[in-house]
Each structure stands twice: as structure tokens, then as C-alpha cells.
Design a protein around this ligand. Structure first.
Ligand code: GLU
Length: 472
């Protein structure tokens, strides 16, 4: 499927080098930023339900410690290998820098197909993996903080925090050793849908830029835009949801075993339920089947959202993609060759390490919550509501007019945890978009948004290193 010319890590290095030319940093410093600092490859035995012992291959990579802790998800996939985990860890370093999240980049992976294991086997694998990380000091709230990624979710994060806490008795900040946890285990409200919501906020911000929309021949705003989403996992599902709720039409949804199309728009919730029951999206009532799922990437649409795995758009199919904008919700869905094709054709690619940063941004909020040991909104919610109520009463008595109960509720309402998390995410994505666009506009030589995003990341990481005084 991939271009074969470059490994995933080499693709990331290639994009980095392309951007480094537009910075003023010393070559040695650039080499340090690019390098993966630590790679931990492990193998451990796990006894399966049938009594068989299986040797599990797993990784944790810390790409950069220019800020602590390192941060990045853990994926469970048959495709996991060292190169992939290194590439994903590097993307995390740049991603965190772009959205001003003060972490270094990390990533983990266990080379298993989670669908082939029972919940009990998965629990044993996850707990043993965590114990291996503890042994080598590769996990901890101030060292390295994993999170969900492809094939993992809240359940696995709960196993990780429980294993960590039991091996580190008395560690008061133990809950901050992993993010993406269930609320009951110290998670934050709004983490689950965060990557999808961040994708939506990022694309919306770009769609609100008149000059960019004019160049693409599109109208301003999200409303009425046609969207194709590849992947109905957590990220794809929530991206589709927020686009639909904002008035876009999600005309196609693709899963690995079949895609569906409906020009009038699809509802992701109904599609998800259908898939859960039938094993595939094919046959969804009122939609046209696309049995070869990759064909969905080539449909006519305004916005294409690849939200599954890396390298799905490459030199073999890039030429046939008809979308006007591509929002990389997955990590590394386009190869460098595909980038070149889209550049030449004037198709805008909104790059992964900025667009899908909503997950790590809200992970940052979760980690802060864990370290502060208090839920967002707990201290101020009632105070704000009482103040707002007093203001409304004053206005009513001065004007002699009363507002409706619904209006009162809307104005008086003090922020809940989820409101604060989503507002923090919105602010983060808007600021990041504007910063990247400013860099791009200030230097017309920069060929694409990905390069502008890398320039921004390199400048931030390099500044942080140089301010440490290591590199004069
Ligand atoms: N796995 C997600 C990513 O690739 C989230 C990482 C995190 O929250 O640390 O960005």
C-alpha cells in the first residue's frame, strides 16, 4: 500500500528537512531535534486462555525530552514495528510544540491484533507491558505519559494506571502517569471526542479564512460542505459528528471492510450502530455500497478526512483524489509523494501533527487535573452562576423587563468541566491555525501548510533547546 521509497520515519525526516531549510538553526541542533532519543524494544511472555505461552513484541519510544514528560499514545496493531513507533513519537514532539502543550514526544506500540485476544488476555498483556515500562523508568507523571491510540481506549488506560499505582504505592500523582482514562479513574470529561472535535475546529478555522477559500474555489464556512470520512473509529466517528452538527454533509464513510455513500448525508451514529450489528457498513439502508473501501477516497467532495491509518493516500492513488481539502485526522495518512501531487494540483492538505492534536491537548488538561487533584469548574461554577443571576436581576429591575426561563438558564449557567475543556481546545486549535498560517503567509517560498507547521514546530523546539543554553 505504501510507496516503499521511504519508511514512515524517513517520511517524517523528509518533511522535517524540507521545513528546516526555512529556519535559521544550526545543523547540529536540527539533527538533535530530529533524532529519536530513546527506543525501548521489549519482549515478554504472556500465558493465553488456552494455556499456550505467547511472546509479545512491544515498544516505547521517547523522541524528545526537551520538555518533560514525554507524551504519546500506545497502539495495539499487527503492523506495529520500531520504525512506525519512532515516526509516531517524532510526530508527537512536533504536534505538542505546535499546540503549545509543554511535553516531549513519545509513542508506544504492542504488536498484536487486539481482536484476536480475549479481554482477560488483553488485560494481562497491558499490565505486563506497564510493568516493563515501570522497570525501566519509561512511565510516570513526570517522565513519560501514554494515552490511547489506534486499537486502545479507556479500558486499557484504566489497566495501566492501576498497574502503575500498585507498583508505586504512595505516589500522590500516580493518576497522571497516563491520560485518556475513564472519569472514575481520574479521566477528564471531553477527552474521548477531543481529537475529532479538534479536527473540526482546525478545519473550521481554515474554512473561515476568506483568502484560502477563494484559492480553493470554496465558499466560506463549514455549512453545506460535502465531507468524506475514512475510518469510523473514535477519531473518524467524532469528526463526522461535529461536521454534521455544524451543517456539513457527510456523504461517505469508509471502513476497512467496505464504504457507503449517500449524497444527502449520513448520520455517523446510525452507521456505527449498523456496523456493530452487521460487521460492516455495506448494505446500510438508503446508501450505495462501495465494496472496495479505498475507492471512497476518490469520491467527489469538498473535504476528505482520512481518520484511520498511515500511508493510505500514496503515489498510486493520489492522482485520483478529487477532494479540494484534505484534513489529516490520522497520523501520517499521506506519503510525501502524495503531498507533491496535491501541491501541484492546488489541493490544500491540513497536516496531521497539527490537525489531530486535539487528543493530546485534552490529555494535557487531564494531566493538569490529575496533578491539581481537583475537577475543572469545581471551585468557580456556583460562584459564577450566583454572580450571573445577580446581574440579570439588576438588569431586569432597571429595565422593568423579564427574560424567559430558557434565556436565563443559558446566561446564568456556570461552566462545567466539559465546557472548559472544549473551550480550551477551541482556543488551542484556533491559535495554532493562525500561527501556522502567519508563518506560511510571511514566507511565500514555503510550499505547503505541512511545511509551515514543521517550521513552527522546529522554531519552538529549537528555541526551547537554545534557551537551555546547551546550544549557544
Ligand atoms: N494518540 C493520540 C495522538 O496521536 C493522543 C496522544 C496523547 O493524548 O498523548 O495524538
Amino acid at each position: 500500500m505504501s510507496d516503499q521509497t521511504y519508511s514512515f520515519f524517513q517520511s517524517v525526516e523528509k518533511s522535517f528537512d524540507k521545513a528546516a531549510k526555512f529556519t535559521k538553526w544550526d545543523q547540529g541542533l536540527l539533527e538533535q531535534i530530529k533524532a529519536c532519543n530513546s527506543v525501548y524494544r521489549m519482549r515478554f511472555p504472556v500465558k493465553m486462555d488456552d494455556g499456550r505461552i505467547e511472546v509479545i513484541e512491544a515498544y516505547r519510544v521517547q523522541h524528545s525530552q526537551h520538555k518533560s514528560p514525554c507524551k504519546g499514545g500506545i497502539r495495539f496493531s499487527d503492523e506495529v514495528n520500531q520504525d512506525e513507533v519512532m515516526a509516531l513519537a517524532a510526530l508527537m514532539t512536533y504536534k505538542c510544540a505546535i499546540v503549545n502543550v509543554p511535553f516531549g514526544g513519545g509513542k508506544g506500540g504492542i504488536k498484536i491484533n487486539p481482536h484476536k485476544y480475549s479481554a482477560y488476555e488483553l488485560e494481562k498483556i497491558t499490565r505486563r507491558y506497564t510493568a516493563e515500562l515501570v522497570k525501566k523508568n519509561f512511565i510516570g507523571p513526570g517522565i513519560d505519559v501514554p494515552a490511547p491510540d489506534y486499537g486502545t481506549g479507556e479500558r486499557e488506560m484504566a489497566w495501566i494506571v492501576d498497574t502503575y499505582a500498585s507498583l508505586k504505592p504512595g505516589e500522590i500523582d500516580a493518576a497522571g502517569c497516563v491520560t485518556g482514562k475513564p472519569i472514575s479513574q481520574g479521566g477528564v470529561r471531553g477527552r474521548k471526542g477531543a481529537t475529532g472535535l479538534g479536527v473540526f475546529f482546525g478545519v473550521r478555522e481554515v474554512c473561515n479564512m476568506p483568502d484560502i477559500m477563494k484559492k480553493l474555489g470554496l465558499t466560506i464556512g463549514i455549512e453545506g460542505k460535502t465531507v468524506v470520512v475514512q475510518g469510523l473509529g473514535n477519531v473518524g466517528f467524532h469528526s463526522a459528528k461535529y461536521f454534521r452538527e455544524a451543517g456539513a454533509k457527510v456523504v461517505a464513510i469508509a471502513e476497512y471492510n467496505g464504504a457507503i455513500y449517500n449524497a444527502n448525508g449520513l448520520n455517523e451514529e446510525e452507521c456505527f450502530e449498523y456496523k456493530k450489528k452487521n460487521g460492516s457498513l455495506l448494505g446500510f439502508p438508503g446508501a450505495t455500497d462501495i465494496p472496495n473501501s479505498n475507492d471512497a477516497l476518490e469520491l467527489e467532495c469538498d473535504i476528505l478526512i482520512p481518520a484511520a491509518l498511515e500511508n493510505v493516500i500514496n503515489k498510486n492513488n493520489a492522482d485520483r483524489v478529487k477532494a479540494k481539502m484534505i484534513g489529516e485526522a490520522a497520523n501520517g495518512p499521506l506519503t510525501p509523494e502524495a503531498d507533491d501531487v496535491f501541491n501541484a494540483k492546488g489541493i490544500l492538505v491540513i497536516p496531521d501533527m497539527y490537525l489531530n492534536a486535539g487528543g493530546v491537548t485534552v490529555s494535557y488538561f487531564e494531566w493538569l487535573k490529575n496533578l491539581s487533584h481537583v475537577r475543572y469548574g469545581r471551585m468557580e461554577k456556583r460562584f459564577d452562576e450566583n454572580q450571573n443571576e445577580k446581574i440579570i436581576r439588576q438588569i431586569e429591575s432597571l429595565t422593568g423587563k423579564a427574560i424567559s426561563d430558557a434565556e436565563r438558564h443559558q446566561i446564568v449557567h456556570g461552566a462545567d468541566e466539559v465546557d472548559l475543556v472544549q473551550s480550551g481546545l477551541e482556543e488551542t486549535m484556533i491559535t495554532a491555525t493562525q500561527e501556522i498560517m502567519e508563518i506560511w503567509k510571511a514566507n511565500p517560498e514555503i510550499p505547503d501548510m505541512r511545511t509551515a507547521a514543521y517550521v513552527n514546530a522546529i522554531n519552538k523546539v529549537a528555541t526551547s533547546y537554545s534557551e537551555l543554553g546547551i546550544f549557544p
